[in-house]
Design a protein. Structure first.
Length: 221
């Protein structure tokens, strides 16, 4: 914003903090400081809140192979910053947009006329466009899991499964493809899903309803 502003950074991205810590000091034009204060705080508080929440989620899975994924449920205009905050917090980025992986959801299956038709259409699109994209399929029951395995998708998303149903699904899939759990999973129930043996757990709450970290910007003489 103003090349004349001089910053001294004391705490880098990803570092753990405690109340009272000073992240940085900045010196320069008072007008420039006041003009940028709100935007800077809004971004730092929100991204720090996302990173903190992600770290809590991943810590709950300590000792397990399961990784926490973000979603596309991000604030309009802030997706790249929010996904970077998830990464800094120890989570994994999952689909930046519609261009880096194909996710076939229940609506797609229903409109296409079935799982085979939806997967075939996705593969045809990739072939026509010269793209090499992984295909993930959202399933609602064991029958759809079997169809997904027959279609040879790269990842199966278990949507709104209970931990008990998830364990049964993991046994049925038996390592034949990657497995992601999604839908209504909270910090309290997270580990019970991870212990089922899924590879990933996606959580929209990391970005769509996070509480910002309490931060302030104070004048110093």
């Amino acid at each position: 914003f103003d090349p004349e502003l001089k910053m001294t950074v004391y705490i880098n991205d990803g570092a753990h903090v405690k109340p009272g810590d000073i992240a940085f000091e900045v010196e320069g034009s008072v007008r420039s400081l006041l003009q940028t204060e709100r935007v800077m705080l809004n971004i730092m508080q929100r991204m720090s809140g996302i990173a903190t929440q992600t770290a809590k989620y991943q810590q709950r899975l300590e000792g397990l192979k399961t990784k926490v994924l973000d979603t596309r449920k991000t604030t309009p205009g802030l997706r790249m910053l929010e996904k970077e905050a998830v990464r800094i917090g120890g989570g994994c980025n999952h689909r930046i947009g519609l261009f880096d992986m194909i996710l076939i959801k229940d609506n797609h299956v229903d409109f296409a006329g079935g799982i085979k038709q939806a997967v075939d259409a996705a593969r045809k699109y990739c072939a026509e466009k010269g793209k090499n994209l992984k295909i993930e399929l959202e399933v609602r029951n064991e029958d759809e899991i079997r169809q997904a395995l027959e279609a040879g998708v790269d990842r199966i998303m278990l949507d709104n499964f209970t931990p008990e149903r998830t364990r049964e699904a993991v046994e049925l899939i038996n390592g034949r493809t990657e497995i992601e759990s999604s839908g209504g999973i909270t910090l309290d129930t997270l580990r019970s899903y991870g212990e089922c043996g899924v590879d990933f757990i996606s959580a929209g709450a990391l970005t769509h309803s996070v509480k910002g970290l309490d931060m302030s910007f104070k004048a110093v003489k």
